[in-house]
Design a protein around this ligand. Sequence first.
Ligand SMILES: Nc1ncnc2c1ncn2[C@@H]1O[C@H](COP(=O)(O)OP(=O)(O)OP(=O)(O)O)[C@@H](O)[C@H]1O
Ligand SMILES: [Mg+2]
Length: 251
Amino acid sequence: MYGLMQSAARSLFVVGTDTGVGKTLVACALLHALAAQGKKVIGMKPVAAGLEDGHWRDSEALQAASNCSAPAALVAPYAFEAPVSPHIAAREQSQVIDLKVIFDAHQALLQHAERVVVEGAGGLMVPLGDGPASASSTGCSALTGLDLLLALQIPVVLVVGLRLGCLNHALLTQQVLQASGVPCLGWVANCVDPQMAQREANIASLVRWLQSPHLGTLTWQPGQPGQGGQPDPAALARELRLALLPEAWRA
Ligand SMILES: Nc1ncnc2c1ncn2[C@@H]1O[C@H](COP(=O)(O)OP(=O)(O)OP(=O)(O)O)[C@@H](O)[C@H]1O
Ligand SMILES: [Mg+2]
């Protein structure tokens, strides 16, 4: 019974076509765009793997783009040091990812903010641990990011990192979301490769074949000095058309 929970109208889950496609950047741009509309917003990174120079880059970026704060245990309940698949990183730290912990943290964040933007790890089917097939809602013997999404019962925004291979990844992701009954509210094209050949032809193909609104295209932006060498999500937020999200979600 997807979409019946009240949180479905107040949260978004940012799914990427892969790791490194711009989920964090798009999640931060969405937070800025929603904040510009007067909403109290917060980002969440339920599963992170990869501590960089003592920093959890994704949750720190999400926090910087949020206009309210919450304890780290809610914003980033599972943060593992190794930059490897979460199921391996968790095992290395003798931990098991419990979807109930993430569900409860997300519910608690809804007490802090009007909108929660949740950034997934990797791509949609990223393994989070072992899940006996009978216990997995997806019929997959791994516990995956899709199981997390199904547990949270919130709709998706798909980030397509524009590089060679992205059409395959985008269509695979759309297929799995549809087969699982997960609503996709829109997709964002993100220019991760400034040299990409036939970028406009790829975008035109995505417009034709993805069955949700194209919320915008984030141009390739060189790292900004004031942003730790990263693109500025507040500037890129202006390229997002939130008006294309369903009225019920925007209200
Ligand atoms: N539009 C863009 N212009 C320039 N650089 C970009 C753009 N989008 C992403 N990048 C760069 O690509 C890299 C990956 O982006 P990002 O961290 O947002 O991806 P991700 O999907 O969140 O990755 P992860 O799976 O690790 O969470 C970063 O270094 C980011 O600065
Ligand atoms: Mg990220």
